[in-house]
Design a protein around this ligand. Structure first.
Ligand code: HEC
Length: 182
């Protein structure tokens, strides 16, 4: 398990470092840049985790499983990886939102988040940033890029939608931080 812990720690350090060095200005454009950079970094981390870590682990007989902590030869799912990183960060929040989420915690938390998720669903934009109460937020669209995304979501015990297919818009990665203008 040590190898995964190390990789995880390096990624968290990288991301927090990035967020702190960025121009978190009073102007909305500074916040926008921050949100876009963090989302970009989180997406990259998830890709590396899904494409490199999980793929290598599978070759060694270690599978990504939701109940990974309790099962032998199992590691966390990409979505759990993003949420786990989110729990480690201090000055901002990271998470996932779904249009048909498996868990309540992945539902939009405010009317504005729901509105922005609907906007992303229309497909004209891949990333949106916006003020929402005392927070500034960014969302990056998430699509079922692999058949595996659709299969697992279709067969999950909590699934309310069971006909996901490749290419479908599923939700977004969300970044929330205190709005500097408050
Ligand atoms: C082996 C099963 C599995 C695979 C493969 C999988 N997911 Fe998930 N996904 C889950 C589970 C379980 C959750 C809820 C995790 C949580 O919130 O703790 C989740 C959460 C999500 C969420 C948040 C909304 C929700 O449904 O709760 C999105 C968006 C998402 N996954 C997209 C994807 C995409 C895109 C892929 C493929 C690149 C993918 N998933 C692959 C099981 C899977």
């Amino acid at each position: 398990m040590k190898r995964w812990t190390l990789i995880l720690t390096v990624f968290i350090a990288l991301m927090v470092g990035m967020a702190m060095n960025l121009p978190v200005g009073q102007a909305e454009s500074g916040q926008e840049t921050t949100a876009i950079y963090v989302l970009e970094a989180v997406k990259a981390m998830r890709t590396v985790y899904a494409a490199a870590v999980i793929e290598k682990a599978k070759q060694d007989g270690v599978m990504p499983k939701e109940n990974w902590a309790k099962e032998d030869h199992a590691i966390m799912l990409p979505a759990q990886f993003v949420k786990a990183v989110g729990r480690e960060v201090r000055n901002f929040e990271l998470g996932l939102l779904g249009i048909h989420p498996l868990y309540k915690s992945n539902k939009p938390q405010t009317g504005r988040e729901k509105e922005m998720l609907d906007l992303l669903a229309k497909g004209n934009k891949k990333v949106v940033t916006f003020s929402d109460g005392k927070q500034f937020k960014g969302m990056s669209a998430d699509f079922a890029i692999l058949q595996g995304c659709a299969d697992c979501h279709n067969t999950h015990a909590n699934a309310t939608k069971k006909d996901w297919k490749i290419g479908d818009f599923m939700g977004a990665i969300i970044f929330r931080m205190p709005d500097q203008n408050f």
